[in-house]
Structure formats: structure tokens, C-alpha cells
Design a protein around this ligand. Structure first.
Ligand SMILES: [Zn+2]
Length: 392
């Protein structure tokens, strides 16, 4: 049985202990007492050193806590040192979670069903639907409770009585209870700060619907400050690009986006018009074959575009004509023919694409298909040229 020093004092980061058991390679050790928190209840394990060796994992085995070390530990009497910064960050996030869950229950009767303390952000899943303005209200109330600097205390109470917990516990016997004065009582084995002021600011961020629950991402203390700093830096960069005051940037970005969409529409219209003019010019420049049909074959290194289609349709609209374009990346084919050319584009392409492993189709005057490879495209180009009497 390992005595858990963090149960009584979350701020204890240096301690001495005796090794009572170890794996044969002495990299997994058990102590008579430890301040290292093992992964449990949504909170990750502490890092630090034991006998000067790096602690790479701490796991809860029920009665005992296992410390996994980077190397073999020869000593039997050891000094432990916990990474204070990581521990305190976990204390801030975890106590912030108790507070936020309690506030959400009090304000909107939404119970918390799970908690995850991640390396970047924390999340709680709550049962029920909440609107964004309700979450802003919860954030405001939680921060108000932080400013009041209410004591956070630990007690051990017998489960046979009515413990008045936020969430009932299944534990029997002595239960460890973490209380926020006049707000919350929770059964919990985690590490917490001594008063709500130490949580620092709580910031609610992303919301996601997960399996009927609402997942709320939030940050506490140092993480809120770091995030606010990063947000400010990112927003400042955007503001500098637009030479605008920070608070006017969202409206400006929105206006710029609309302008861009408008120019994109104009660009498309103009490039289609250009392609159509080019198709008509091409018709004039192309000599008809002995059968009176004008034929054009295009090889495109890039993909088929709206412009390719516009050029092809304009070319074949002018008189008896066939237009074929092969695109290499990705492998694709476009076939256009005037209605008086005697060619049914959709039918021809469908018949040739199948054996080449391609897919596609179209109507009498315009058809398009994609092919699995460049080799398949070349094979199809050959049979199509033969069938449509293109000069070889
Ligand atoms: Zn807790």
C-alpha cells in the first residue's frame, strides 16, 4: 500500500521515501509513500525525478502506485522531486474543472459526465444543450467565484452518511472530498489549489456536439494567459496586414472576403468569354478535313478546366467540328462535337472509358471522363484518335 502524500498536500513537491518493491530491472519501483500523482480521473501523471532518475510514467494499481523510471534505480532510500510547474498547471486546470462543472449545474442543471485534462486544453462533456450566451454566463460566474478567492478544502468522510456531493460516488468507506466553499462538494483523488483565486482566469473556448453531449473546451490560469497572448499576436498580425485597428479587423476581413468573391466571379466570367473567343478564332484558323469536319486535339499538362469546356463548346458551335482535350494531371479527357458531325460524344466516351478503367459520360455534344493513370490515358487517346479520324 502506497501512502499518497498528495492526498493531504498538493503543494508538496519534494519528499523522501523507501523503495518497498521493484521490477527485476529496477525501472518500475514501488515506494512506501509518494507525492507523485498517477494518471487517473482525467488528470495525467506527474513528471520529475526519483533518486536522480527521470520519472517517465506513474500508474495507479489500486493499492500501490508504480513509478516507471528512465533507468535502473539502485538505491532503497530515495529523494523524490516533482516537476512543480506541471503539477501546478494540473492543479489549476483540475480545480477550474470542479468550479466550472459546479457553476453549469447550478445555473443550467447540466451535469458533467466526463473530464479530460490534455496537454494543450481541457474538456468537459456535459449532458444537455447549452447556447453560447449561456456559456458566456457560466464563464462570467466562474470567474466571479475565482475573484472571491473561496477556500478549497480536502476532507475524508464516511460514505454511509449523506455526503451532499455534486455527483454521487460508488466508493465505500472513507471518501476523499474536495469542497469549494458554499458551491461544490466532489469525491475526487486529484490535486487541487487551496483557494479559487489560484485557479486564475477561466476561458471557455470551443464547443462540440459529441454523441448527444456537449463538449466544452476550457483553459485555466497560466494556459488562459498564454492563449490570450497567442490570440492577440495572431490578431495583431492580421491587423497589420490590413493596417487596421485590432477591433475593426473582423469586419474588414469580412468585407475583403466579399470583394474577393466578387472579383473571382468577374475573373471567371472574363476567362470564359476569352475561352469562347479563342474557340471561335480556332475554328476560323482550322482547315476542314476531306469530310468537311474541323478537328482540334489539345494536350494539357494541368487539369481540365471550365475554360477548356468553354473553348471546346465554342469551337464546335461554329460548324461541323470535333474537339478533343487530354489533361495529364489528373488524367482526364474532354470530347466535344457539333451536332452535325455524326459523333455522339457521350456514347463514344462511355464505350472507350470502360475498357481503359476510366469513369465518366456526357451528352451528344459534350462528354468528359477521368482515367486511373497516364498509360490508360495514352491508350484511350490512341483509340479515340483512330475512331474519330484524327490525322496520326
Ligand atoms: Zn478533482
Amino acid at each position: 500500500m502506497t501512502e499518497r502524500l498528495y492526498y493531504q498536500d498538493s503543494y508538496l513537491t519534494e519528499f523522501r521515501a523507501r523503495v518497498v518493491d521493484a521490477s527485476p530491472d529496477r525501472q518500475r519501483v514501488y515506494l512506501d509513500r509518494t507525492a507523485f500523482y498517477p494518471t487517473s480521473g482525467g488528470q495525467p501523471f506527474d513528471t520529475g525525478e526519483l533518486g536522480g532518475l527521470k520519472v517517465v510514467e506513474v500508474t495507479d494499481e489500486g493499492d500501490r502506485i508504480a513509478h516507471v523510471l528512465a533507468d535502473a534505480l539502485p538505491e532503497t532510500e530515495v529523494a523524490g522531486r516533482i516537476d512543480r510547474e506541471r503539477r501546478f498547471d494540473h492543479m489549476q486546470q483540475h480545480t477550474g474543472q470542479h468550479l466550472l462543472s459546479a457553476v453549469l449545474l447550478e445555473l443550467f442543471h447540466t451535469p458533467t459526465v466526463s473530464f479530460h485534462l490534455g496537454a494543450e486544453a481541457c474538456t468537459i462533456d456535459v449532458a444537455g444543450a447549452l447556447e453560447p450566451d449561456q456559456l458566456r454566463e457560466a464563464e462570467r460566474r466562474a470567474n466571479q467565484t475565482i475573484f472571491e478567492n473561496r477556500p478549497v478544502t480536502i476532507s475524508f468522510e464516511d460514505s454511509s452518511g449523506d455526503l451532499g456531493l455534486r455527483k454521487p460516488t460508488e466508493r465505500e468507506g472513507l471518501v476523499r472530498i474536495v469542497s469549494i466553499e458554499n458551491l461544490d462538494r466532489s469525491a475526487c483523488g486529484g490535486t487541487h489549489v487551496g483557494a479559487t483565486g489560484e485557479i486564475g482566469p477561466i476561458l471557455i473556448r470551443k464547443l462540440d456536439r459529441i454523441r448527444g453531449n456537449l463538449r466544452i473546451e476550457f483553459l485555466c490560469g497560466g494556459r488562459s494567459i498564454a492563449r490570450a497572448r497567442a490570440d492577440f499576436d495572431a490578431l495583431s498580425k492580421i491587423a497589420r496586414v490590413f493596417s487596421s485597428p485590432l477591433d475593426e479587423t473582423p469586419a474588414l476581413v469580412d468585407a475583403q472576403r466579399e470583394k474577393l468573391q466578387e472579383s473571382e466571379r468577374t475573373r471567371r466570367r472574363l476567362s470564359t468569354e476569352l475561352a469562347q473567343a479563342s474557340g471561335r478564332a480556332l475554328y476560323g484558323e482550322t482547315a476542314p478535313g476531306p469530310d468537311g469536319i474541323r478537328r482540334v486535339l489539345r494536350h494539357l499538362e494541368a487539369s481540365l478546366s471550365e475554360e477548356s469546356r468553354a473553348e471546346a463548346q465554342s469551337f464546335t458551335a461554329a460548324g461541323p467540328a470535333i474537339f478533343v482535350a487530354f489533361a495529364e494531371n489528373p488524367p482526364a479527357i474532354l470530347l466535344a462535337a457539333s451536332s452535325n458531325s455524326g459523333v455522339n460524344c457521350g456514347e463514344v466516351l462511355k464505350r472507350l472509358l470502360g475498357p481503359a478503367g476510366g469513369r465518366g459520360g456526357g451528352n451528344v455534344t459534350l462528354a468528359q471522363g477521368s482515367l486511373p493513370s497516364k498509360a490508360a490515358l495514352e491508350g484511350l487517346a490512341e483509340s479515340l484518335s483512330r475512331e474519330l479520324n484524327f490525322p496520326v
